[in-house]
Write a protein that binds this ligand. Sequence first.
Ligand code: GTP
Ligand code: MG
Length: 185
Amino acid sequence: EHPYPTEIREYLYKILVIGDLGTGKTSIIKRYVHNIFSTNYKSTIGVDFALKVIQWSPDTVIRMQLWDIAGQEKFSGLTRVYYKEAVAALVVYDITRPNTFEAVPKWKADLDTKVCLPDGQPIPVVLLANKIDLQDEASVGLNGEEMERFCEDNGFLKWFGTSAKDNSNIDDAARFLLEEIMHRE
Ligand code: GTP
Ligand code: MG
């Protein structure tokens, strides 16, 4: 046994959660941070914050500062202020509403024109196809090959089908994004 305590490394990451109105951004964060879900829709006003602390490894702690940005902020002109110094982002759409998928490239372009890493590289971004618990023939996306091409064409590292209701894939998506952030350090 090592006689001295190991030094603990701590990281603080600002991570954006963006996408159209009602796609489930707040629900995903509430599920991820507090493990709760509600069917009540209370639209976010401006921006909300949540902190998730993760014991990444025995000697590494990560503090994820999640910025839950209201869908209606797309038209506000304030996104540049919100995006400042973010190191990663999740873009969320609702698989039951095609227009929320059509808005994804707009959100991505908004990000890429307003924020980048200190070395000038784009921040890592993951796409969440949310509400997969409501999946049926009419769902948007979710064809693996098409989605992979969409990610490649639009600069997403990867996509995940998620459900805040059923708690599907949210931890996996967050873990993937954190690994990408750590690689860039
Ligand atoms: P804004 O704050 O207006 O931008 O919306 P938001 O993206 O934060 O959406 P919110 O999390 O408030 O969810 C909108 C509605 O969708 C709520 O009624 C949620 O209960 C519902 N919802 C969110 N995620 C899921 C999901 O995975 N499955 C189902 N079935 N409903 C969901
Ligand atoms: Mg919200």
